[in-house]
Design a protein around this ligand. Structure first.
Ligand code: G6P
Length: 514
């Protein structure tokens, strides 16, 4: 680390990449939690002297910054009240449903907005305190959309990237938000705003034009500065991925292979094992999937002696009403279907309300003949990619919702479904269950080529590559540029800087498709 001057790369995310426990003497112990984002960023963090600013996940937990795995971890403290208003409230009961096509109605509370602003300011201040002069600051996700502008206000010297892990909604929905302009301004504090899909970036650019009247040309937005200097903000798609090699290797280990055989045996060696793996979230289409599955049993197109569905639903945001209602619905439906169709030794649906470690997930993926990803809306859906990475045997069928970011990338090998079309989904589930091995292999190979090549390291390299190649300053606006008839390029600043070498901090040159 550079110590005195600060860190060259500062990641800001709602959660820290660690879990903590309180020891017998009341002391806090941190344990690494191997999430996708940290795997992606660890090599760049270690190579470029990085700090990570985030929340511990518990109320009122104050801790000094500390080092772990060659990263500086900087905890942000949230009170119980802030967790309720900023995290459960504004982030997960306002923005989350609004950005996911209002599948559940968003709630708008002014007190939640106040807490969101206050907490975003705290994250921004913590990032500012860590950033070295000229550092790169990379802010993540919908919980922190005001942070880019708040950092820029204090530190015009740093480069700021923002990546939205969830969808960005169409203007017609986004404009419901009473604080829509503040959110747009918050994001425009960044130099580069990244999204999962080209459609999300297009939605954002349209919202900028309609709500802020800034000039846009292709992916470039011109933001007038108070000092007379325009800034250029780029908005583009950078579809996220997983550590595909790690998952591939994990699924090849004898322990995981053995565990996957055990799972099938424990299920009574069904001919067809179907699998759903989701956070228990209303965006994931779990109810639609279970409905379709129940009807297939009712119609006699599937039967419990030959087929079974394993549904892993990991607990999530359990204090938010919409999540509690979903749990009741899902568990009610599972109970009814099992009551109706299960036989001794043959459950219709094995419902598991737990989280599992990656080893167990890999074994489940390997055991599953059909993977059901039927989200109603999903930024990317990494489960779809994990399933593919685990299947080095080229077997298995991925049924994938059109409404996931992953569908933009995996349409050549997956069977795409519209989860709202229950009859259509039933036909596709049956087709997946009966797909012959040759067809499975052909499709899985296409999927694996994509997932193993476009991994999460490539994702972070391409984002940081574009961000660090952006010109840090735009020429001062001359009065004559504002006159009618002035050449467009002069006003929109599409100068040669945009063609700058896209070299990432690790020194590896990357291809970018933005
Ligand atoms: C989504 C969001 C993440 C979030 C995760 C888990 O993937 O994009 O930002 O961390 O869900 O949700 P939680 O509320 O438990 O952090």
């Amino acid at each position: 680390m550079t110590g005195k001057e600060g860190f060259d790369l500062v990641v800001v995310a709602n959660r820290l990449p660690v879990d903590f426990t309180v020891g017998p003497g009341g002391e806090i112990e941190w344990k690494r939690s191997p999430g996708g984002l940290v795997t992606a960023l660890e090599p760049v963090m270690q190579a470029s002297d990085g700090a990570w600013v985030g929340w511990s996940g518990a109320p009122d937990l104050a801790s000094e910054p500390f080092d772990a795995d060659e990263m500086r971890l900087v905890p942000v403290t949230l009170s119980a009240d802030e967790i309720e208003r900023y995290y459960e409230g504004f982030s997960n009961d306002t923005l989350w449903p609004l950005y996911h096509d209002v599948i559940s109605p968003p709630t708008y509370h002014r007190t939640w907005w106040d807490a969101y602003r206050r907490v975003n300011q705290r994250f921004a201040d913590a990032a500012v305190a860590q950033a070295a002069p000229g550092a790169v600051v990379w802010v993540h996700d919908y919980q922190l959309q005001l942070v880019p502008q708040m950092i820029r206000a204090q530190r015009p010297d740093v480069r700021i990237g923002f990546f939205n892990h969830i969808p960005f909604p169409p203007l017609e929905l986004f404009q419901q938000l009473p604080w829509r302009r503040q959110v747009i301004d918050g994001l425009l504090g960044a130099d580069l705003v990244g999204f999962q899909r080209a459609g999300d970036a297009a939605n954002f650019i349209r919202a900028v034009r309609r709500l802020r009247a800034h000039t846009t040309r292709g992916p470039i937005i011109t933001v007038p500065g108070e000092d007379g200097r325009d800034r250029h903000v780029r908005a583009a798609a950078f579809p996220i991925s997983i550590d595909s090699r790690r998952f591939d290797e994990l699924a090849r280990t004898p322990e995981v292979q053995q565990r996957s055989r055990e799972i099938r045996a424990d299920l009574g060696d069904p001919d067809i094992m179907m699998l759903g793996v989701d956070r228990l979230d209303y965006t994931k289409g779990i109810r639609h999937r279970i409905k379709a599955y129940g009807e297939l049993l009712q119609d006699g197109r599937l039967d419990v002696e030959h087929a079974t569905l394993v549904q892993v639903a990991s607990p999530s945001r359990e204090n938010v009403d919409a999540y509690q209602e979903l749990r009741e619905h899902v568990e009610g439906a599972v109970g009814r279907i099992n009551g109706e169709y299960a036989e001794i030794g043959h459950a219709a649906i094995h419902y598991l309300h737990h989280s599992y470690p990656p080893e167990e997930m890999a074994a489940l993926y390997l055991a599953a003949d059909v993977m059901l990803v039927t989200a109603l809306r999903d930024g990317m859906n990494l489960v779809a990619k994990e399933y593919v990475a685990a299947r080095s045997d080229d077997r298995g069928v991925l049924v994938l919702s059109e409404f996931t970011g992953a569908a933009d990338e995996l349409s050549s090998g997956a069977l795409l479904v519209n989860p709202h079309d229950i009859d259509g989904m039933k036909d596709i589930i049956v087709a997946a269950a009966h797909m012959d091995h040759r067809e499975q292999r052909k499709r899985m190979r296409r999927l694996r080529r994509k997932v193993l090549t476009d991994d999460v390291a490539r994702w972070s390299e391409s984002f940081l590559g574009v961000l660090t190649a952006m010109p840090s300053r735009v020429p001062r606006r001359r009065p004559e540029d504002d006159e009618p008839g002035a050449p467009q390029d002069a006003r929109e600043g599409a100068g040669p800087g945009w063609e700058a070498d896209r070299t990432v901090p690790t020194g590896r040159r990357v291809e970018v498709s933005v």
